[in-house]
Design a binder for this molecule. Structure first.
Ligand code: TRP
Length: 434
């Protein structure tokens, strides 16, 4: 029996799912910490520039390829030439690698939800986080719980669940973020955080930062791993994708900026380290909540909403592998779920252990967790985006005027897709890895 392909029930469902895929831990957790490691404002300038110029093209190309072919991504590559099959597999493979650290961070969130419910007063925030991540048994359990929930929802089908999370929870999340941001701005020395975020020092510009900004831009918009291609393949033929792309870019950037303006003033006010890495938000947030009357309630609401945001993104990361496994091998969604649970889990466990027991084992002087994060966003995703642009432009001959109404933009898109963007991606990859 062949599996029936899913279809979005309405245009709105598709847009919401795509926005839900974009807005997630990438905005709240990854964006502040990568910006903190890359010099603040100057990173923000480069990041915004890349989002507004470079990212639009591969985003549209992915959506268009999905919409036109109605296939899962490996097949899209294979149809060009069987030799490209392996490159196609790089997409779900990247997805599995992303999942294996994304769900760990999701697990941390589950832990913070539980702690806020227990009215747990954390007094030493920095050491709370660093001792919690070393409590490997609990982290593994929380990670697997989050992974299980996400896989379960994805296995049930892409539409149910996503709609509720996006329709109701995301607007609520935006409101809560604005509230917390106003509070954060009222803290002493908040202006130092704003300066850090908005006053660029261009002498800090370098190739490594450029690649980090590109990696973050692709990661946060979910470009370069077949997720948008897969979501695009469930679109009914007559729907335009240009507006969807604008909506995704706009909402995603909004959430990232809100998160930044909430976090950085607090970091400077409490005298924390901006470049402390993956724990940054998880150390800073408890400080903020501890200063607010009834902070536990806000903490609970915040982490539940962040959980929902992570869920809708996690679903999109998993859906790529679901589509490939079910359609290529004609395996049911339930069996695919089991395969993915064990597959992702088996990479997640050593990644959790890399915070303590395996912390001495480093790859390019990064722990396994940091390595997974680095290699997916900064190497695999730009590489996948590069290959996709070339395939879409040269093999499928995706044309701007079939997807974009504005004539000038459509022409620019054609040139961008075939020449400019691939060259830029190669140059940034080269400069960043040199
Ligand atoms: N964009 C999501 C975030 O910001 C993460 C994500 C979802 C993703 N789907 C993806 C990243 C596909 C890369 C590829 O949290």
């Amino acid at each position: 029996m062949t599996q029936e392909r899913p279809v979005w029930s309405s245009k709105l469902t598709f847009i919401l799912a795509a926005v839900g895929s974009a807005v997630g831990l990438g905005n709240i957790w990854r964006f502040p910490y990568i910006m903190g490691q890359n010099g603040g404002a100057v990173f923000l300038v480069v990041y915004l520039f890349l989002i507004l110029t470079i990212c639009f093209v591969p985003m549209m190309a992915e959506l268009a390829l999905g919409k036109h072919t109605k296939k899962e991504c490996v097949k899209v590559y294979e149809d060009v030439s069987p030799k490209l099959k392996l490159l196609g597999y790089l997409n779900p493979f990247t997805g599995v690698l992303i999942s294996s650290f994304y769900f760990i961070v999701g697990g941390w969130i589950v832990n913070y939800i539980v702690k806020s419910l227990a009215d747990y007063k954390i007094t030493d925030y920095a050491s709370y986080f660093s001792s919690f991540v070393k409590d490997e048994k609990s982290v593994i359990i929380y990670t697997l719980v989050f992974l299980f929930i996400c896989i379960f929802l994805t296995a049930r089908g892409i539409k149910r669940g996503i709609e509720f999370a996006n329709n109701v929870l995301m607007p609520l999340f935006a409101v809560l973020l604005v509230g917390l941001l106003i509070f954060s701005l009222s803290l002493p020395n908040a202006h130092l955080g704003l300066e850090y975020m908005f006053k660029p020092d261009f002498s800090k510009l370098n190739g490594h930062m450029l690649l980090s900004a590109l990696g973050q831009a692709l990661f946060t918009l979910s470009i370069g791993m077949g997720a948008l291609l897969t979501y695009g393949s469930y679109i009914k033929e007559d729907k335009s994708i240009t507006k969807s792309a604008y909506t995704i870019i706009f909402s995603d950037t909004l959430f990232a900026l809100l998160a930044g303006i909430m976090i950085f003033p607090a970091i400077f006010s409490f005298g924390l380290e901006v470049d402390s890495g993956a724990g940054l938000v998880f150390v800073t947030l408890p400080y903020i909540f501890s200063q607010i009357p009834h902070g536990n309630i806000f903490a609970f609401a915040f982490f539940v909403l962040l959980f929902a945001a992570a869920l809708t993104s996690g679903i999109s990361i998993l859906e790529v592998s679901f589509a490939t496994i079910t359609e290529r091998f004609n395996i049911s969604r339930i069996k695919a779920a089991t395969i993915l649970f064990f597959g992702v889990g088996s990479i997640s466990v050593p990644a959790v252990l890399s915070f303590d027991k395996l912390s001495n084992y480093t790859i390019f002087s990064k722990t396994f967790f940091d390595f997974l994060d680095f290699v997916t966003a900064n190497i695999f995703m730009p590489l996948n985006a590069l290959i996709l642009c070339l395939i879409a432009g040269w093999c499928y001959k995706i044309k701007g005027d079939t997807i974009i109404k504005n004539v000038v933009l459509a022409k620019l898109f054609d040139i961008g897709l075939k020449f400019v963007i691939p060259v830029v991606l190669v140059v940034v990859l080269y400069m960043g890895l040199k």
